[in-house]
Design a protein around this ligand. Structure first.
Ligand SMILES: [Mg+2]
Length: 427
């Protein structure tokens, strides 16, 4: 559609004025009172940023560049630049495919450059649907990271955290869990303030198609040791990683039931949803899954078949922050909860926190780094929770100096084989 008449020009003038006052108003409320605290220097900085927002208009904000860089140990960061100096961050990666994802982002750039970054849903639809071949880990991870960066830009442009644009906070703080595979690791994490944990199945790669009684017994005893270390007021999820057979999963779940794990994650791979649904019907323990499921369309079958009651969309794979919000809405209708998956970097964590802050059915957020050595202000855990982020957009700023020695990596997925005969096994 071509619009080029007087009424369109008047409308543009109106939007220009309206946006300028909106930007000033929201930056006033959030930039000064929330995002920056009340110290003199912080207030001055916020005031300066609010004044900057007043100098550009709706038509002025355009995407100029998409920049990706690999960051150790296995991350891919994205920075989207605009003509107004506002930048947005994302993590557009499938683990082990950083170069492939970087190329996919580059191809998305051909569509995005020159466009207004604030039309997030519109761009999501265009990138997803115009690719014709939809979904999958590479395309959806690239799209997810781009979507995250667009939200970061939009939040910064309006001076508010992203969760404010998703309806406002649904909680006062956000529970997070730590990875811990040994009693010592659990005790240390408890000292650091964590109250929820996740572990794996002991020696799962060597379980075979039909596990021995010893394998099941040792795996269950290992979990019992962790339970003793954590205490019965803590929560411990156990990730089967989709790496053991359905019959072994059934045997192990039965042994774990008296110890009440937080959840059983990916008891089997999610490619045959009916098999996971059958395991879910056979136990009272919550089944969790989602890290290898993409978009609302992927999660539909999980919910419809009752395969899981805890959904774990990865905000870097499943389609981004707003797709996570839509998945959470679908889950709510099935009385299912959301525990965002995140074995990635601090941008991924920041995205999960924005989602957690804005949905009613949040359970717990996974993390492997709070951002030390990556962010100017890493997240802090206290009493098992991270406080609500208050900065605009994702509320984080990269520490470029600290990142300098972490640039570049060649991380590859592990190659795993059965010891007894050398055949390929899942990891
Ligand atoms: Mg997992």
């Amino acid at each position: 559609m071509v619009v080029n008449d007087n009424s369109a020009r008047s409308r543009r003038k109106f939007l220009k004025k309206a946006f300028a006052s909106l930007a000033a108003g929201t930056a006033g409320v959030y930039g000064i009172n929330r995002a920056y605290g009340n110290t003199g220097q912080a207030r001055e900085q916020a005031q300066e940023e609010a004044e900057t927002l007043n100098t550009w208009t709706k038509e002025d904000l355009l995407i100029t560049k998409l920049e990706t860089f690999k960051v150790k140990p296995r991350f891919l960061f994205l920075k989207i630049h605009t003509n107004q100096g506002i930048t947005g961050l994302g993590e557009p990666i499938t683990e082990g495919r950083a170069d492939t994802c970087a190329e996919a982002v580059k191809e998305i750039g051909k569509y995005l450059i020159g466009k207004d970054p604030r039309r997030i849903i519109h761009h999501w639809q265009a990138i997803y649907r115009h690719s014709f071949y939809r979904g999958g880990p590479i395309l959806t991870s690239a799209l997810s990271g781009v979507e995250q960066a667009l939200w970061d830009i939009k939040g910064k442009a309006l001076g508010v955290p992203i969760y404010e644009l998703l309806g406002g906070p649904t909680r006062d703080r956000i529970r997070v869990y730590a990875h811990a595979r040994t009693p010592e690791a659990i005790r240390q994490a408890r000292e650091e303030g964590y109250t929820a944990f996740k572990t794996g199945v002991l020696n799962s790669r060597q379980s075979g198609i039909v596990a021995s009684p010893r394998f099941i017994d040792e795996a269950a005893r290992n979990f019992a040791d962790l339970r003793s270390a954590a205490g019965d007021d803590a929560d411990i999820g156990i990730d089967f990683h989709g790496a053991i057979s359905p019959q072994n999963a059934a045997l192990l779940i039965r042994e774990l039931e008296p110890m009440q794990p937080f959840f059983i994650e990916e008891p089997v791979n999610c490619q045959n949803v009916e098999v996971m649904a059958q395991l879910a019907r056979e136990t009272h323990l919550p089944i969790a899954t989602g890290e290898r499921i993409f978009t609302k369309w992927g999660f539909r079958e999980i919910l419809e078949k009752g395969a899981a009651t805890i959904l774990q969309p990865d905000i870097c794979h499943a389609g981004g922050i707003f797709e996570g919000r839509l998945i959470a809405g679908m889950a709510e209708a099935y009385y299912a909860a959301v525990a965002p998956h995140n074995p990635l970097g601090p941008i991924s964590l920041a995205c999960g926190l924005q989602l957690a802050a804005s949905i009613p059915n949040f359970l717990c957020q996974e993390q492997v780094t709070l951002g030390e050595g990556y962010l100017k202000e890493p997240f802090q855990v206290s009493d098992g929770h991270i406080p609500l982020p208050t900065g605009p957009g994702l509320g984080i700023e990269l520490d470029e100096e600290a990142l300098a020695d972490k640039l570049g990596h060649d991380w590859r997925n592990p190659e795993t084989y059965l010891d007894s005969d050398g055949s390929v096994v899942d990891w």
